[in-house]
Write a protein that binds this ligand. Structure first.
Ligand code: NAP
Length: 267
């Protein structure tokens, strides 16, 4: 079947601000019709009006809180049933201040609901249709913190490690059926998320502008990279990491524990 990802409608979550809003802008300029998802209907409507005016594409607003199961189900239904949608940008995500010592458990659970559960459910809602059609693309926004849990407190890096692994699992299963899955790993990028983290973005070294981040991620998309790390200067470093991981795989099949774990016989 002919790949129509390039012409299809794109559903972008977290499109009211930051990285998602720039994805919406760039995809509209590429000619994609859009479905924009976030909680703030007013911000989405303003962006939709601008993009309709500037690009002529059809832009629909689907206001939803992806932590709320009923709202999230509306987005899932849309992904499942709307055959025009050929691209999902799973971008909505956030962080919270602080680490584990004073963690509020309900706050942590909400973070998992957005960064992990919603990303999973939306991908799972669209995967059967894409898989049956033999086309479509899923872009999951992870983070370099998936690879650097030591440098950021709390569970945010773990949620992003999940997104990276989920993307690799999806790519392994759906890639051979014609579905493209991309994990994007931004480094620190100038958006409102830093205010949610309780951090002054200007105090962080090496912050990327959001336009540059999304434009680079789209270069990776066009190359059909499985993992795109816009700030990493030397791609060979990621390749070496991936190669080292894959080299371990055959060694995980052992009927006995490794020699170093065999209990010494007491004298
Ligand atoms: P942002 O500027 O804070 O934007 C977050 C977007 O997600 C907004 O559109 C927000 O809209 C939406 N959102 C938040 N909670 C939501 C909910 N419960 N339901 C639906 N939508 C919700 O953050 P950003 O930096 O662009 O982040 C986008 C993605 O990039 C996230 O997954 C983030 O983890 C990742 N990332 C960011 C950085 C960075 O340095 N900026 C680095 C690595 C990865 P509403 O408030 O209107 O709902």
């Amino acid at each position: 079947m002919k790949d129509r990802t390039a012409l299809s409608t794109a559903l972008v979550t977290g499109a009211s601000a930051g990285i998602g809003a720039v994805y919406a802008d760039r995809l509209a300029r590429r000619g994609h019709d859009l479905v924009l998802v976030a909680r703030s209907a007013a911000k989405l409507e303003a962006l939709a009006a601008r993009l309709r005016g500037e690009t002529g594409v059809t832009v629909e607003v689907l206001a939803a809180d992806l932590v709320d199961p009923a709202d999230r189900a509306r987005v899932e239904r849309r992904l499942r049933d709307d055959a025009r949608i050929g691209l999902l940008v799973n971008n909505a995500g956030t962080t919270v201040p602080g680490g584990f010592a004073n963690a509020d458990l309900d706050t942590l659970e909400k973070l998992v609901a957005l960064n992990v559960t919603a990303v999973t459910r939306l991908a799972a809602a669209v995967a059967p249709r894409f898989s049956a059609e033999g086309q479509g693309a899923i872009v999951n926004i992870a983070s370099v913190l998936a690879l650097a849990p030591e440098v950021f407190p709390g569970i945010y890096p773990a949620t992003k490690a999940y997104v990276l692994t989920l993307s690799q699992s999806l790519a392994a299963e759906l890639g051979p059926r014609g579905v493209y899955v991309q994990a994007v790993l931004p480094g620190a990028t100038r958006t409102e998320i830093w205010a949610h983290a309780g951090r002054d973005v200007d105090s962080i070294p090496g912050v990327m502008e959001v336009d540059d981040l999304v434009d680079a991620a789209l270069v990776g998309f066009d190359r059909r990279e499985p993992v795109t790390i816009p700030p990493l200067p030397d791609a060979a470093q990621w390749d070496a990491f991936a190669t080292a991981r894959l080299a371990m795989l055959p060694n995980f099949r052992q009927s006995k524990p490794a020699a170093r774990y065999r209990a010494a016989v007491p004298a």
